[in-house]
Design a protein around this ligand. Sequence first.
Ligand code: COA
Length: 164
Amino acid sequence: MTEVKVERLKEFNQEILEQLVGIYMRGYEGMREYGGEGESYAKRYLRWCWGKAKDGFFVAKVGGEIAGFIVCDKDWYSKYEGRTVGAVHEFVIDKKFQGHGIGHKLMETCLEYLSRFNDRIELWVGEKNEGAIRFYESYGFRRVGQSGIWVRMIKDVGKSDKGP
Ligand SMILES: CC(C)(COP(=O)(O)OP(=O)(O)OC[C@H]1O[C@@H](n2cnc3c(N)ncnc32)[C@H](O)[C@@H]1OP(=O)(O)O)[C@@H](O)C(=O)NCCC(=O)NCCS
């Protein structure tokens, strides 16, 4: 595959939003209950992500095309932890780019970024999304709880973390 470049998203305009929504809808195809509830939900959610975590909004590009993105929030108040932790609000790769190592590249960028600010990272993943759960476990995330169909996972990071 052509070179994959990970970079911080610099601007968030209508055209980019449309691209991200397309990636989100296709990326979650077949998993409607966990993402891709509809384009208007996706638009609202991705706008919220940009407003909440601009500095941690990373995209992976393949030959100039956005192939996927990850939204990492360094300042997330977790009511489950009772304190501020890092959080992954969204992580999705366009269907046609899945399984080529792009997710790994984005996750590495995310961990490098959040471990500069946080000692713990929290994320939520659909209970039947076994592929993603395995992916997160390979990075040392562990399941610590569940709310409805969502599994809560955490990973401790920071100076003592050696990574995968
Ligand atoms: C999860 C996701 C972001 C991973 O990105 P990716 O670029 O496909 O992943 P990579 O190619 O870097 O890595 C593949 C690894 O992910 C795992 N994986 C994740 N989802 C998988 C799936 N649906 N099928 C098979 N393997 C999957 C594999 O175990 C594989 O592990 P390996 O590297 O040990 O072989 C991507 O598959 C995706 O967008 N999925 C749909 C959206 C989603 O579930 N997001 C997470 C929600 S919390």
